[in-house]
Design a protein around this ligand. Structure first.
Ligand code: MN3
Length: 302
């Protein structure tokens, strides 16, 4: 089961230049073949489908911990897309001025046609993510090899998105995901080492450029975010520590398992876009004052 928190793993800065085409490029990190939808659903299904858990519990605990983290990754990429799309059309309620005219020249018109200028589970070319991106063979060595490859491919995609999109919102998010995805690369390499004795960490980094060459990633590394594996569970998945221990293969610093979740930050409140009726009219019967009075009586803080 999943326990949810209304938090994002990092604080996202507001874009300096909101841009529908930047948002379209970032979609690759959400719904691309190597995007966060793929990592989330791969590890989630591999954890549901795990056979022989009694014998191989540390591997199960590791995959479950990483699956838990990936939920927050789809969230932080989605919020980045949402912030990049905020304010990119003309705000107002007059349809005759064609407030969405800019959408015609945006690379991804779904952001205007099918959403309130917000993220959709699709790649940078508008192809919707689907379950054929999930690999869950049932063979642990094969699944771990796949996960190692998936994280390396995801890392290449993050680096290229960083090189395409220079807005600080996107770069902060990519810097964070390079560090956390980089940790997942090492985790699957170490899992393969524990299972087979082959020194997979000697292949790292793939691609060759180190995360510390990206200033936004370097900041998170200074906070040791490349060393801490979170279980994303209050009490479970402790045996992940039987794999996640020792020193980081690139900088030699000690690895650590943290029980629970990344503390995180309140997600940004997305501004209204009236020209898209998002979220809708001020004429709703909904009465904030009535809810405020009720909350007071019920002891709920607003
Ligand atoms: Mn991820």
């Amino acid at each position: 089961m999943i326990l949810k928190m209304d938090r994002l793993p990092i604080e996202l800065p507001k874009p300096t230049n909101p841009s529908a085409n930047d948002a379209a490029a970032v979609q690759e990190l959400l719904g691309g073949k190597f995007g966060e939808m793929s990592t989330l659903m791969n590890y989630t299904y591999q954890s549901f489908n795990f056979r022989g858990r009694k014998k191989l519990r540390p591997f199960y605990d590791l995959i479950c911990s990483i699956a838990g983290e990936e939920y927050g990754h789809i969230e932080v990429v989605s919020y980045t897309i949402n912030l990049l799309l905020t304010g990119v059309s003309k705000r107002g309620i007059d349809p005759t001025i064609a407030p969405l005219a800019g959408g015609v020249n945006a690379r991804n018109t779904y952001h205007f046609n099918n959403s309130g200028q917000t993220a959709l589970p699709m790649d940078s070319m508008g192809k919707f993510w689907d379950g054929s991106n999930v690999f869950s063979s049932g063979n642990l060595k094969l699944d771990l090899l796949h996960n190692f490859f998936l994280e390396c491919g995801a890392r290449a995609g993050k680096m290229r998105t960083y090189e395409m999109v220079s807005d600080p919102t996107a770069r902060t998010m990519v810097g964070y995901l390079l560090v956390r995805g980089g940790l997942h690369v090492v985790a699957y390499a170490k899992a393969l080492e524990a299972l087979t004795g082959v020194q997979v960490t000697k292949l790292l980094p793939i691609p060759d450029l180190s995360n510390d060459k990206f200033p936004e990633a370097k900041k998170f590394m200074d906070d040791k975010m490349h060393l801490k594996l979170y279980t994303f569970s209050q009490d479970d998945y402790k045996q992940a520590a039987l794999i996640w221990h020792g020193n980081h293969p690139e900088d030699g610093q000690p690895l650590e398992v943290v029980q629970g979740a990344i503390p995180g930050h309140t997600p940004p409140d997305l501004d209204e876009e009236p020209q898209l009726n998002a979220p809708g009219s001020d004429d709703y019967e909904y009465d904030p004052q009535m809810f405020a009075d009720m909350a007071k009586k019920m002891g709920i803080s607003l």
